[in-house]
Write a protein that binds this ligand. Structure first.
Ligand code: IMP
Ligand code: MG
Length: 177
């Protein structure tokens, strides 16, 4: 049986919000020189591509990857492992982490700790989505696209078992009963 997909955020609304976020970032980084955008693989690749192309701020693109979604049943559900690091030293650079979604907050908290230890000139965070009902680790989000309810979402980079990443809209997904 097929998964049930219900549109939560349509293409136009995403595009509009991404443009607003880019404008906000441009305002905040005006006159600061280059910013290093670090996309968190894999989920952020679509958002990062759209956001970066809307930015007027000069920027470089880097990617980082962490262990995929933690095991809710494991002894240490917040454990996050670095799978792929950035290619360049970020020391002294302005850094903006670009995430697809903040769920418990463990992943973003881990990345902020990891990257802050490398002494960037500044470190900020941007996420397209957040599930406020599921937050367990408080991590500052400087740029937020949308708050969403506690449902599994796919599309616009987000997956369920590697499927649906290239859907152009964000959908709530229910697996077959
Ligand atoms: P956190 O560490 O619990 O905040 O989880 C963050 C990561 O879990 C995100 O970067 C996603 O990769 C994944 N994730 C959380 N919720 C969803 C969802 O609804 N759909 C797809 N991926 C999700
Ligand atoms: Mg992610």
């Amino acid at each position: 049986m097929a998964d049930t997909l219900t549109t939560l955020i349509g293409e136009d609304l995403i595009a509009e919000r991404v443009q607003e976020l880019a404008a906000e970032i441009d305002r905040d980084y005006a006159g600061m020189g280059e910013v290093v955008l670090i996309g968190v693989l894999k989920g952020s690749f679509v958002f990062l591509a759209d956001l970066a192309r809307r930015l007027e701020t000069p920027h470089r693109i880097e990617f980082i990857a962490v262990s995929s979604y933690g095991d809710r049943e494991s002894k240490d559900p917040g454990a996050v492992r670095l799978m792929l690091d950035v290619r360049h030293d970020i020391g002294g650079h302005h850094v903006l982490i670009v995430e697809d979604i903040v769920d418990t907050g463990h992943t973003l908290a881990y990345l902020v700790r990891l990257l802050n230890a490398r002494r960037p000139a500044s470190l900020r965070t941007c996420t397209l989505l957040r599930k406020p009902d599921r937050t367990v680790v408080d991590v500052p989000i400087d740029y937020l696209g949308f708050d969403i309810p506690d449902v599994w979402v796919v599309g616009y980079g987000l997956d369920f078992a590697e499927r649906y990443r290239t859907l152009p809209r964000i959908c709530a997904m229910k697996p077959p009963e």
